[in-house]
Design a protein around this ligand. Structure first.
Ligand code: C2E
Ligand code: MG
Ligand code: MG
Ligand code: MG
Length: 286
């Protein structure tokens, strides 16, 4: 055996790595426990109308209150939840909790909920939505599901049926992080989205790049053409707000207005910004 090879074998099994493996196993166990016991919390970030800066919706963003690591952001544990198959249980909790909390909000403010592509593989998604709506009394048009482009990579009949059933309930569908996935635009022709959310990476580099700025304009024009609304994510400055606003984007979201806040702080935010009364016009919510 060559010297190098034995060295490499030794490197594969350092105590450090065993510790890392144990830590990962511990994390998995902690997450299963947290999901089963609801040691999760929803934070909410406002979406404002670009013309009036009044609040039209809140996006629910899940947090995990870990016993030793404190509040963990979703990027840390959603991928893990997907790997260990607890994403459905977690996602269903998010839907039920978001609907129950949103039913208390004034003005018919909507709630946006992120849904993992994996949740569409299970049969529990649709019944969970139906139950969450009926037990909370939330009007279906006040619930908005945010999907990512990867959800539409495999356009199976099952997926299309589920999306149609959700749409038939009156629930809104939004395409999240638009322009960052690997999906082709052809899904827009197959399935109509109510809203397109422009990813924050475009918003944050548009002032420095003519190309990005053109892409943002193109996305807004495309959305208008297919009858969808647009939300710009990640607006942090007045300059970004102005650039987005003059291109006719409908809604904005970002630290300029507010960071995601705990449910208890929603009242104060609504007092600050006001809310835009959502009235049905000719059967369609504006
Ligand atoms: P997302 O759906 O694109 O949510 C927007 C993310 O951008 C949030 O991060 C939000 O805090 C952050 N953000 C908002 N405004 C600004 C800004 O002005 N500047 C910057 N730099 N960031 C801003 P968060 O809460 O860490 O969530 C990250 C991602 O985790 C979400 O991205 C979403 O994909 C996923 N996620 C969150 N909650 C859930 C959930 O309940 N289920 C699933 N499946 N995914 C979730
Ligand atoms: Mg989202
Ligand atoms: Mg997003
Ligand atoms: Mg994003």
């Amino acid at each position: 055996q060559a010297k190098g090879a034995s060295k490499q074998t030794a490197v594969l099994f350092t105590p450090d790595m065993l510790t890392a493996q144990n830590q990962r196993r511990q994390m998995e166990q902690d997450l299963r426990h947290a999901v089963a016991n609801g040691d999760l919390q929803l934070f909410y970030q406002p979406l404002v109308d670009m013309k009036t800066r009044k609040i039209v919706a809140f996006e629910a963003l899940v947090r995990w209150l870990h016993p030793t690591f404190g509040m963990l952001p979703p990027d840390v544990f959603i991928p893990l939840a997907e790997e260990i198959n607890v994403i459905d249980q977690l996602g269903n909790w998010v839907i039920r909790t978001a609907c129950a909390q949103a039913a208390q909000w004034p003005c018919g403010i909507a709630v946006a909920v992120n849904v993992s592509p994996l949740q569409f593989r299970e049969t529990s998604l649709l019944p969970t939505i139906i139950n969450a709506l009926s037990s909370s009394g939330l009007a279906p048009r006040r619930l908005e599901l945010e999907l990512t482009e990867s959800t539409l990579l495999n356009q199976s009949d099952d997926l299309m049926r589920t999306l149609s059933s959700i749409r038939d309930l009156g629930v809104k569908l939004a395409m999240d992080d638009f322009g960052t996935g690997y999906s082709s635009l052809s899904y827009l022709e197959r399935f109509r989205f109510d809203k397109i959310k422009i990813d924050k990476k475009f918003i944050q580099s548009m002032s420095a790049s003519v190309e990005t700025s053109a892409i943002v304009s193109a996305i807004i024009n495309l959305s208008q053409t297919i009858g969808a609304r647009t939300t710009a994510e990640g607006i942090e400055t007045e300059e970004q707000f102005d650039q987005i606003s003059e291109r006719g984007c409908n809604q904005g979201q970002g630290y300029l207005f507010s960071r995601p806040v705990a449910a208890t702080e929603i009242g104060a935010l609504i007092d600050d910004y006001g809310c835009l009364q959502q009235l049905p016009i000719a059967g369609k919510i504006d």
